[in-house]
Design a binder for this molecule. Structure first.
Ligand SMILES: [Zn+2]
Length: 228
């Protein structure tokens, strides 16, 4: 078995399941995971049909974007993924989707406040909107690197899509699903034009404190990061 085989296979399997669930469409979006114990990550190739992708097509890059494995051109958002792994040692998997309901909230610039317990526990205090910057640019990379320092695990990219993290790939996929459920519920609530209620502040803070405790354990290397 070649080096990085597990990580590359996990990227292919996750991409397929995200397509099947409707979170990734055609060639839009991208996903990556950190290579355990290395300053490197595996990422989907650029502009490549997810259903035709094989583990050999997945690119492995170091955090300076030097290629370590793979013949394909890496995702145009590789610099954004590398910046996230540098800034957030607790993050081992990053998924960027163009999922519909979260994307819709970016069009009306409506960040999601703490609406559900599960949301605060896994996504953080709120889902903020990162201001628009063109795909694949240093501008987008820099604005994202600035925002993710607040330790939330989900963000929306204005007029673009969603950006979701996990300490492993399974958690990142669950977080994509939680984000889409919250986005749809919030959109429906907003259309009623009635006041949208939130969870109590104390409950939000307790849930976020648990998330931060998990993140510190992962960053300190005390928690299983999955995939090995
Ligand atoms: Zn995108």
């Amino acid at each position: 078995m070649s080096e990085y085989e597990n990580e590359r296979r996990e990227i292919v399997e996750t991409a397929r399941s995200l397509v099947a669930k409707g979170y990734l469409m055609a060639t839009g979006g991208n996903l990556s995971r950190r290579i355990p114990g290395r300053q490197a990550f595996a990422i989907t190739p650029s502009n490549y049909d997810y259903l035709k992708m094989t583990p050999e097509d997945v690119c492995v890059l170091d955090l300076d974007l030097r290629p370590l494995a793979g013949e394909c051109k890496p995702s145009v958002e590789s610099a954004m993924h590398a910046a996230i792994y540098r800034v957030r040692p607790d993050v081992n998997a990053v998924i960027h989707t163009h999922q519909v309901y979260a994307s819709a909230l970016t069009l009306i610039r409506a960040p999601i406040p703490a609406l559900f317990d599960e949301q605060a526990r896994f996504l953080g205090r709120s889902v903020e909107i990162i201001p628009y910057a063109p795909s694949g640019t240093g501008m987008l990379r820099d604005v994202i690197a600035r925002h993710v320092r607040d330790h939330n695990n989900a963000y929306m990219l204005q007029n673009h899509g969603a950006l979701v993290f996990g300490h492993d790939m399974e958690r990142a996929v669950h977080n994509v699903e939680i984000l889409e459920k919250c986005s749809l519920a919030y959109l429906l609530a907003l259309t009623s034009e009635r006041k949208v209620s939130r969870i109590p502040l104390l409950v939000r803070e307790i849930a976020f404190a648990k998330l931060r405790r998990d993140q510190k354990k992962v960053a300190g290397g005390d928690l299983q990061t999955g995939g090995e």
